[in-house]
Write a protein that binds this ligand. Structure first.
Ligand code: FES
Length: 573
């Protein structure tokens, strides 16, 4: 009963430390916070928490202090008090073994600190790939009014007259270096141009995809997804976010009113329309799972088939995020999707998505955002595959694949782990041709652990020297949103859980049939039964710490790789 009373309280009265005397708890709290110079009058205002994800390890978040200053200004202008607090920060290339492995830890940190500290609303400042999903997962579970503020994309660079940007071009140039097209000096020059400013990757990678998805879901102010990190407009957007957060606190506009099944569908559809990252399937499934919204991969596939890719952006197209911002960001995309988007969904503005769109500037002759009648790709950016290799599903970003390889049968070349892959992929003696199907296993949520972005297996050097640019590659791993190729990902269940991928042997024929939505191992059932009987039992989880927690509780890709006890339903007792 006392807890219920506390939940209804606001500002400094909320989330009290337990001393058995609530009035004393407030008295003590105020004594300490006054040490920072606050007056009683200030402390009577609504409190807006602002998550600080700045870190010297995270260039994508280098502008977070500026954004916090701008958002705080907005909070103060609206009569609130901003309170900045830290949570874990994750950068893709500075999180070992993977950022997905740590995403759930960040989500737990965000959830518990939002719940544990007094705040009437919270501004979620994120950007780099896993940070926005983690913050949203935490905020949905914490059930406090929340609004997303992303750091925004970096600008594109230039190498010898060619526009370049992280990280599609990181991979493209690295492949050219591996093939002997570029020398060591040239690749070093490229390295200095790929990220010419701070901010998130400037292509439609996971960070940009999740920013677009968060805006489409209604969790961000309109127009906020694509503004470059270094633009003044990004700071003005931050100020507006702060102002709006104060109103959200008064309205009690909690995430459960926004993250509805229809809003989740809008987000998935946006991912398809922008040619977004495959990682978004995992993240949106996890966010939806926190709100008790179930995601069925078959629905995602059906939704993909009717949604054209409209945004001509790398890695599937030509342009960069700064170009998309110049043409209006997400607004023209949602307008072009028309009736495919549910405009009745409530958003952080307190208005519906349709009302927000109506208030945005008129479209003009776009080149980055295509008309639905002239899409970049009409068959659905992402496809969901099933078959005897993936009973619970697998994903392919067909918009980024070689169309010639979408129906392909070839002999498997199996790598048992990332270490095995690294040791043998460039071995001149490796029995592999352009017709082969490269298989990587034990790279799933439990197997690696943390489902590394290793699904984009490199083309063996001896083939890349011959000009081979793409091959069918399959795995239980993920792929960076900035990568491309005929790459089947997220095979579920993963090999480390005893999924059929564990039964494949080099030389077995594998058939990929994207039009038929199938991925199959062409080995008869009796033989597969014998192989299964001989399979070693799954390895036990590590014996301590977060590794143990993750190993015991991480869900498979079709459940968003969340920890089972963090979903809305929790674990059965
Ligand atoms: Fe941070 Fe790409 S590494 S968004």
């Amino acid at each position: 009963m006392r807890e219920e009373r506390q939940l209804r309280k606001t500002g400094m009265q909320k989330a009290l430390a337990q001393y058995g005397d609530p009035d004393f708890a407030v008295f003590l709290r105020k004594a300490f916070i006054k040490a920072m110079g606050y007056t009683d009058e200030a402390l009577d205002r609504p409190i807006i928490g602002i998550v600080n994800t700045a870190s010297d390890y995270n260039a994508c978040h280098q502008t977070v202090p500026d954004l916090i200053a701008a958002a705080s200004r907005g909070v103060l202008l609206a009569g609130g008090i901003p309170m900045v607090f830290p949570v874990i920060s994750l950068h893709e290339s500075f999180a070992s073994p993977t950022s997905l492995y740590l995403r759930n830890l960040m989500a737990m940190d965000a959830e518990e600190m939002i719940r544990a500290q007094p705040m009437d609303a919270v501004i979620l400042v994120g950007g780099c790939d896993k940070t926005v999903p983690a913050l949203l997962m935490g905020a949905v579970s914490a059930a406090v009014p929340a609004i997303v503020l992303v750091t925004g994309p970096m600008l594109a660079g230039d190498w010898r007259g060619e526009r370049v940007g992280a990280c599609t071009d990181c991979r493209r140039f690295w492949a050219r270096f591996r093939a002997g097209d570029l020398n060591a000096d040239q690749i070093a020059e490229v390295n200095s141009e790929l990220a010419p400013t701070v901010g998130t990757c400037g292509v439609m990678g996971t960070a940009s995809t999740m920013a677009m998805a968060a805006e489409a879901m209604g969790m961000m102010l309109p127009g906020g997804a694509a503004i470059p990190a270094v633009y003044a407009e990004r700071r003005r957007h931050a100020e507006r976010t702060g102002t709006r957060a104060v109103a959200m606190a008064a309205e009690g506009l909690t995430p459960d009113r926004i993250v509805t099944p229809a809003a989740v569908r809008n987000a998935f559809r946006t991912v398809m329309a922008v040619g977004g990252s495959t990682n978004a399937i995992i993240h949106l499934t996890a966010i939806a799972g926190r709100a008790g919204v179930e995601v069925d991969l078959n629905d995602i596939d059906a939704l993909g088939q009717e949604t054209p890719v409209l945004v001509d952006l790398k890695p599937t197209g030509q342009h960069y995020m700064e170009d998309l911002h110049r043409e209006g960001g997400l607004t023209p995309v949602l307008r072009e999707l028309g009736g495919l988007i549910d405009g009745t969904c409530l958003t952080v503005t307190g208005q519906t998505l349709a009302e927000n769109l109506a208030a945005q500037p008129a479209d003009f002759g776009q080149t980055v955002v295509r008309r639905a009648s002239d899409p970049v790709f009409s068959g659905g950016a992402l496809a969901v595959l099933r078959g005897n290799l993936a009973p619970r599903g697998a994903i392919i970003k067909q918009a980024a694949a070689d169309p010639q390889l979408l129906s392909h049968t070839g002999p498997a070349v199996v790598f048992d782990s990332l270490a095995d892959l690294a040791a043998r992929i460039d071995d001149e003696a490796l029995e592999v041709t352009a017709n082969s199907v490269l298989v990587l296993r034990n790279a799933g949520p439990k197997g690696a652990p943390g489902m590394p972005e290793a699904g984009y297996l490199p083309i063996p050097k001896k083939l890349s020297r011959l000009g081979v640019k793409d091959m069918v590659r399959i795995s239980d791993a993920r792929m960076s949103g900035t990568a491309f190729g005929t790459v089947v990902l997220h095979i579920t269940p993963e090999a480390a859980e005893g999924g059929p991928l564990a039964l494949v042997r080099s030389g077995d024929l594998i058939r990929l049939d994207v039009p038929g939505r199938r991925i199959d191992l062409l080995v008869d059932a009796a033989e597969l039964g014998l192989r299964r009987a001989a399979l070693a039992p799954p390895a036990p989880p590590p014996d301590r710490g977060y590794a143990w927690l993750h190993g015991c509780h991480v869900l498979q890709a079709d459940r968003g790789c969340d920890l089972d006890f963090l979903t809305a339903e929790g674990v059965a007792r």
